[in-house]
Design a binder for this molecule. Structure first.
Ligand SMILES: Nc1ncnc2c1ncn2[C@@H]1O[C@H](COP(=O)(O)OP(=O)(O)OP(=O)(O)O)[C@@H](O)[C@H]1O
Ligand SMILES: [Mg+2]
Length: 275
C-alpha cells in the first residue's frame, strides 16, 4: 500500500489563495524532507507560471496529455514531463490546453476518475501530491475530489463564504456518497488575514462558530503580505524569497500541522489493522 497522501486545495471562489497555498505548502513539506508533487489542475496555469515556467504554452507535456493518455488507455511514460523545481519538489504543469481536455472528459468512460487513475500510477514516488484547482465545481475539480484523500479549503478572511461554502461542502458530501467514501476534510485555512482589521477578526470568529465544531480550522492563519504577492514574479516559494517574513512563518506552521494530521491518520490506520 502506498503511503502517499493526495490533498486537493479547493474552493470555487476565485482569488482565495488556492495557488499560493499549494505552492508554499508544497515547498514547506519539501523542506521537511517530504517527496512532493504539485499538480496544476487549472487551465489558467497560475501554479505553473508562479513557479517560473512563464512560457507554459511551449511545454510539450502537461496534465492535459496525461488525462488524454488515460482516456485512451495508454499508461506508459507516466512520469515523463514532470518538472523538477530547484527547491526540491516536482510539478506536473498545465496550460490552456487543459480546457479542451476538460470538454472531452464529459464523454469519457468513468469521467470523474481519470485524474485518480493517473495519480495512482505515479503516487508511489511521492509522500504528498497536492492539487491546485480552478475556481469552479466543474468536472476537473470533481476529478480532484475523487482522486484525493483529503481537502484543504482556503477561506479568504474578508468575506463570510456562506452560500459558496454550503455548495462546496454539499459537493464533497456527494463525492463521499458515490465515488470516494473515504474523502476527508483536513481543514479550513484562513488566508489573506489582515490582523489589524475587525473584518478579518470577525470573519475568523464566525468561521470557528459556524464550522469549528465539525470541521478542523487550521491553527495557522496566512497573513496578507506584500512579499507573498511578489513571489509569483520570481518563480520561487515564500521560503526561498524571504524565509523570515510572516507569510513564510505561517506556511511553515501549516506544513507542520499537515504532517501531524498525516501521521495521526497513519498511526490510527496501523492501530486499526493491528487489532
Ligand atoms: N498572503 C498573501 N498576501 C498577499 N497577497 C496574496 C497572499 N496570498 C495570495 N496573494 C495574492 O492574491 C491573489 C490571489 O491568490 P491566488 O492566486 O493564490 O488565489 P487562487 O484562489 O488560486 O485564485 P484563482 O481562483 O484565480 O485560481 C494573487 O495575486 C496572489 O499573489
Ligand atoms: Mg489559482
Amino acid at each position: 500500500m502506498s503511503n502517499c497522501k493526495v490533498i486537493t486545495i479547493s474552493n470555487q471562489k476565485g482569488g482565495v489563495g488556492k495557488t499560493t497555498t499549494t505552492l508554499n505548502l508544497g515547498a514547506g513539506l519539501a523542506l521537511q524532507g517530504k517527496r512532493v508533487l504539485l499538480i496544476d489542475a487549472d487551465p489558467q496555469g497560475d501554479l505553473t507560471t508562479s513557479l517560473g515556467y512563464t512560457n507554459n504554452d511551449d511545454l510539450s507535456i502537461t496534465l492535459a496529455n496525461k488525462l488524454v493518455n488515460i482516456m485512451n488507455d495508454e499508461h506508459s511514460g507516466a512520469l515523463d514531463g514532470i518538472l523538477h523545481h530547484k527547491e526540491g519538489f516536482d510539478l506536473l504543469p498545465s496550460n490552456i490546453e487543459l480546457s479542451s481536455v476538460e470538454m472531452s472528459l464529459f464523454n469519457a468512460l468513468s469521467r470523474e476518475s481519470i485524474l485518480k487513475e493517473y495519480i495512482n500510477s505515479i503516487k508511489y514516488n511521492y509522500d504528498y501530491v497536492l492539487i491546485d484547482n480552478m475556481p469552479s465545481l466543474g468536472i476537473l475539480t470533481l476529478n480532484s475530489l475523487v482522486a484525493a484523500d483529503s481537502v484543504i479549503i482556503p477561506v479568504q478572511a474578508q468575506y463570510l463564504p456562506t452560500k459558496g461554502m454550503t455548495q462546496l461542502l454539499s459537493t464533497i458530501n456527494k463525492v463521499r456518497r458515490s465515488l470516494n467514501p473515504d474523502l476527508k476534510i483536513d481543514g479550513l485555512l484562513m488566508t489573506l488575514v489582515d490582523g489589524r482589521t475587525n473584518l478579518s477578526r470577525n470573519t475568523i470568529m464566525e468561521i470557528h462558530r459556524a464550522y469549528g465544531g465539525v470541521i478542523n480550522v487550521f491553527r495557522a492563519t496566512i497573513p496578507v503580505g506584500v512579499r507573498a504577492a511578489e513571489t509569483s514574479a520570481v518563480g520561487e516559494s515564500i521560503f526561498s524569497y524571504d524565509k523570515n517574513c510572516n507569510v513564510a512563518k505561517a506556511y511553515a506552521e501549516l506544513s507542520k500541522e499537515v504532517v501531524n494530521l498525516g501521521s495521526k491518520e497513519r498511526s490510527e490506520f496501523q492501530f486499526g489493522t493491528a487489532r
